[in-house]
Design a protein. Structure first.
Length: 221
């Protein structure tokens, strides 16, 4: 197989990686916001459970979470009375990568929120702002510039972690690569891995570029 043919085969499955990255990032962002809220509000028991979850998500390898999601979710649903429910490899990848991602991002959002000086909260309260209005007009514009660099790093790590999803049967870039390597009996594996490295580098560079553009737009002048 020529280099061009190999690249075209990778490009065919590239959308699978991109879809999983986008959906996992969205799920992780939403759950990270919820976790951050629970941890900051210091709600008895619930806040401690959120802290425990963040510690768990950050300490367990992503590959293990992939296996837990793929093999464990159907068993949990079965115990809840939902029989014959199968979880597709792609859905398991999105769920596990999203929740894995949320643990790291929560640790980015929490210090970013706490970095806002208390006087900013007091000033908004003295002006009669509602909690929602205070958050979106006063707090959030100051949190975003602080959180974006760490969030960008987390997004890059998420892109890296999607290289593991072929282990549960997702036919993505790595899945196709392993198929080609097995067919050629490993004679061209170094070249194939080098091409994949370039493709992941391109995805990471794109994500980093977009985050830096957003940083410039949200930075205080």
């Amino acid at each position: 197989m020529s280099t061009l043919e190999l690249l075209l085969e990778f490009l065919k499955v590239l959308p699978i990686n991109i879809i999983i990255i986008i959906l996992s990032a969205a799920l992780g962002l939403l759950f990270a916001i919820l976790l951050t809220f629970l941890r900051i509000k210091k709600i008895p028991v619930i806040s401690q459970m959120a802290d425990l979850y963040v510690s768990f998500a950050r300490s367990v390898p992503g590959l293990i979470l992939l296996f837990i999601a793929y093999f464990g979710i159907p068993k949990i649903l079965s115990l809840m009375g939902f029989n014959s429910v199968d979880v597709s490899p792609m859905h398991a990848a999105i769920i596990s990568m999203g929740f894995y991602h949320s643990g790291y991002i929560s640790e980015v959002f929490r210090p970013a929120y706490l970095s806002v000086d208390k006087s900013q909260h007091e000033a908004a309260d003295s002006l009669g702002y509602t909690p929602t209005k205070k958050f979106f007009r006063i707090i959030l514009p100051q949190v975003i510039p602080v959180a974006l660099p760490g969030y960008g790093n987390g997004l890059v790590y998420l892109i890296h972690d999607t290289s593991l999803i072929f282990a549960i049967g997702v036919i993505d870039i790595m899945g196709v690569a392993e198929l080609f390597i097995s067919r050629s009996y490993g004679t061209n594996q170094v070249f194939i891995y080098f091409v994949i490295a370039l493709m992941f580098s391109a995805m990471c560079f794109t994500a980093d570029f977009l985050i830096k553009k957003l940083e410039k737009k949200t930075s205080f002048r």
